[in-house]
Design a protein around this ligand. Sequence first.
Ligand code: PEP
Ligand code: MG
Length: 575
Amino acid sequence: MNTTVRVLEGIPAAPGMALGRAFILRTPLETVPRYSIAPSALPGELERFRRAIQTSREQMESLLTGVELDDELRAIFEAQLMVLEDPLLIDQTRERISDRQINAEQALAVEINSISEFLLKSKEAIFRERVADLEDIGNRLLSNLMDVPGGDIRAEQIRKLPPDAILVADDISPSLMLHIRFVGGIAVESGGVTGHMAILSRSRGIPCVVGVRDLLNTVSDGMDILLDAENGRLCLQPGEAERRQYAGYLKTRRREATRTITSPVNTACGQSIALWTNLSDVDETTDDRIQGASGVGLFRTEFLYLKNRKLFNDYTGQKNIYGQIFQNLHGQTVTFRLLDVGGDKRLPASANVHQRQLRGIRFLLANRWLLESQLRAIYEAALDAEIGDGICRLMVPMVSTVEEMEAVRHSFDTVRSQVHQERAMASIEQAPVIPLGMMVETPAAVLMCDAFAQRVDFYSIGTNDLAELVLGLARDTSLPPEELYYQPALFRMLSRLVCATSLPVTVCGEIGARLDLLPVLMGLGIRQFSMPPASLYKCAMAIPDLEIAACEALCAKVLQANSVGELRALLDENK
Ligand code: PEP
Ligand code: MG
């Protein structure tokens, strides 16, 4: 008999379904082990704490001396080093270990929480901002106490989860998401569909629901859950009917999992449409589903660095990774987007960078050594791989002024001539052609596209950012996709770009994989789409049923729509 199943509603962010037990992902400070210490073992516990401080200090000092640091970054590290001397934290933790006879992790977590709470209440921003430093160094101390290399202790817990676990959290940062690969599904209370956590879930094929109200108040660890990310729902303690629904889903999925595509795909009227793919990690380059794609239209290189933080300062490591990517792709074209950090892709404090509040190209120009080392690593890897013309493409993120594009081109030219000199390459003709394109994802880039046209080789439209910036929203806002992507203003923006340029235009934002919007984008004149591997097959199946003339007629009406309601009604009629 099926009793009433409690359902929580959220926003579908990565398609699929999963049945499994909930695992609540708590903050690092909440997850520390808790146990008591016998009085005779207290000196040993205090010694363990002292050693963790010592190791943390040595790690910080080597960060401070190992590389050239700008003043701002030096100040951050020095502040963190001072936290290690801070009697408020260190002495009180020691006292708590002895008085309460508890382990060091537990005592430290309590002290960090209480100091953070105190700082957060302050009216002065400077004190509130210290919380991030405190948590950063706290995380380092805890990692050293628990012998977890490299930072977030939750990554270790995630690795040990059963493959059907449903991860439940308030939010998951993109850098933590990089450690999440083999879980059944994800449900988060905050977050939005354009956030990079959602994007990574989609590209990894992990069903995900975001913006689930009351999630943490309702779900408990180990609870049975059916996560229905097709419809943005969580069924708690599912009954027979829900389990049957899941079995049906699994059957269809097994059938589709092995299906590959051959791009370009022809429409019913014979127009060819190129399907490219979006990747963010080296191991995705061996995914069978991308083999028939036209190439990698967007490689989000920032995730390589967020996953392996040492890369920021490891030139050889960077070059090896790009070399590995060329090798795995066997001559398929790859478009490397230069580091797009900032926004929800927060950098670790240990990265030797400054101006963390900047995003994309602005950040790279403020850290020109990083821009140049990335350009050089890609270029040298391309030369070593002996790739042909146009196989490697570069793309600049979050561009809004022509000066930014000129600065990147200048840096690239400088890097190339340095490399040619070092390698004694006689002429530029010996080098492969590497087109330089830009992401169009700010309203400024759309409005200035005529000025950019002389300075770039191709455009790729980033609708994830553009949709939010057109509406004045922050990235990752918890809005249902209808309110984000079905805005007439977005299509009018896109139309402005497509009408004003003769350069190749790809859409690499997630909107391209929405089957109801695909005909509108084709009606605008877009003939190339780049999307997660998991979306390629369904788009390749849909395109042969479309006629360009019908797409253009639909698009003309969409451009006349004055509201989300009108636009959706047009799409409904077109179904
Ligand atoms: C976009 O903004 O649409 C895009 C493809 O880039 P990202 O999602 O990485 O910001
Ligand atoms: Mg973007």
